[in-house]
Design a protein around this ligand. Structure first.
Ligand SMILES: Cc1ncc(COP(=O)(O)O)c(C=O)c1O
Length: 409
């Protein structure tokens, strides 16, 4: 059915979080027990990031089932680790790249370039050349200056025009920094036609850890109108819509189960022409739950009536997401005594902002005791630093081979 007759503005009822199954249960079952984690620390030392590939497979397939007509390009940025790439490659995933470093990683793991897209809206000429040399030919632009960079590559490259849809509810409102208005998108598409540059379609990112699907629905509706307008202007038809990342995971608050979350998105996508190819660029949803961090207590002091525990990992290390990402990870001690006291968890560096929690209920702990933090896969070690020369946590990969429980390194 033609878009003009099929598409119309529509309201989709978004379920309340409390009315839907939340995702917490599905995160519980592949997590290692405290005892297993203590064994790993005995073997490898602390701090550790325990990366369970089985959780990656589970999340990838959960999202795939929830968005059955969408090609999932895993966005490398939240966890650019070779074992993650290998695991997803084996499951049939595609990949979303943003830098030449990410290209090097997927290339070294043998990812076929036709399974990749490059979605950084602002690129140097060398970034474009690196991607093309690898064989990645789909790029994103959101302004005329960026479009003109492709004049030299018009025979090789295809372009997605990125739209901006502000979302203050998300952890990161990515449309503040990137994306254009629908009017500018039409200007870019028209100018590309004059330049002989191929426009493949549209893209957007409604913001990372988006708490409800309403923004996706609004964005898809707006894109549907642009697709229609492009047809009416007699410009070459758009073939692709990339709905970005942003799919949420339960840190400290419940979120909708992913199939419930995606149901209105699927309804909105069904309004588009049947031939439209739909892509997504999930990052956090695929990897947040696959990493459990383990830090050990280096020392302690009582200050103003509270015990401060100093860890061998902190916000300049694996907990960098507390600063960059607003994530509130589930953190607890391995020791599970009933009596608990309000305590402070601090990182190891000499900086006073290096505090993991100003107020956390913990049992009385000894130096060397372990602090275990779940849901630490996304935007954690990816943004860690070497400040003060404290070594970053070692990554221990579990379950990389399907059906194998052996440690792989
Ligand atoms: C262009 C792009 N795609 C995908 C992602 C991944 O988003 P998320 O981790 O929210 O799924 C990001 C995150 O910054 C991004 O900038």
């Amino acid at each position: 059915m033609a878009l003009s007759t099929k598409f119309k503005d529509f309201q989709i009822k978004v379920p309340e979080v409390s009315a839907a199954a939340n995702q917490s249960e599905c995160f519980a079952y592949t997590q290692q027990t405290n005892q297993e984690i203590e064994q790993l620390v005995a073997q490898y030392g602390a701090p550790l990031m325990v990366l369970d590939c089985e959780a990656i497979r589970r999340q990838y397939h959960a999202l795939k089932n929830a968005l059955p007509n969408v090609t999932l390009h895993f966005a490398l940025k939240p966890l650019p680790v070779a074992a993650v790439v290998r695991t997803l490659l084996a499951e049939g995933a595609s990949f979303d790249l943003a830098t030449s470093g990410e290209i090097d990683l997927v290339a070294s793991e043998g990812v076929p370039s036709e399974r990749t897209i490059h979605t950084h809206p602002i690129k140097r000429d060398s970034d474009i050349r690196d991607a093309l040399a690898y064989g990645c030919t789909v790029f994103v632009v959101d302004n005329i200056n960026e479009l003109e960079k492709f004049i030299a590559y018009k025979d090789q490259a295809e372009i997605l025009v990125r739209l901006s849809f502000r979302n203050t509810e998300a952890f990161a409102d990515l449309s503040k920094k990137f994306g254009c208005s629908p009017e500018t998108a039409i200007e870019i598409i028209s100018y590309a036609q004059q330049l002989g540059i191929r426009i493949k379609g549209l893209s957007f990112h409604v913001g990372s850890q988006s708490p409800n699907p309403t923004k996706y629905v609004e964005a898809i509706n707006a894109c549907a109108k642009i697709i229609l307008q492009v047809n009416e202007l007699g410009l070459p038809a758009l073939s692709t819509l990339d709905i970005g990342g942003g799919f949420p995971v339960p840190y400290s608050a419940e979120v909708l189960a992913i199939d419930v979350f995606c149901a209105p998105i699927n309804v909105a996508l069904a309004q588009l022409p049947e031939t439209m190819q739909i892509l997504a660029e999930p990052g956090r949803f695929i990897v947040a739950s696959c990493v459990t961090s383990v830090a050990s207590i280096m020392g302690q002091a009582v200050r103003e009536g509270k015990t401060w525990y100093y860890l061998d990992d902190g916000i300049y290390g694996s907990f960098s997401g507390l600063v960059f990402d607003e994530a509130l990870y589930p953190i607890d001690s391995a020791k599970q005594d009933f009596t608990r006291f309000e305590s402070v968890l601090a990182g190891p560096t000499c900086d006073s902002i290096d505090i993991v929690s100003e107020s956390i209920m913990l049992p009385k702990l000894n130096n060397g005791d372990l602090i275990i933090s779940r849901m630490m896969g996304a935007y954690t070690l990816a943004t860690a630093t070497d400040f003060n020369f404290f070594k970053r946590a070692e990554v221990v990969v579990l379950n990389e081979q399907v059906h194998s429980q052996e440690l792989t390194g």
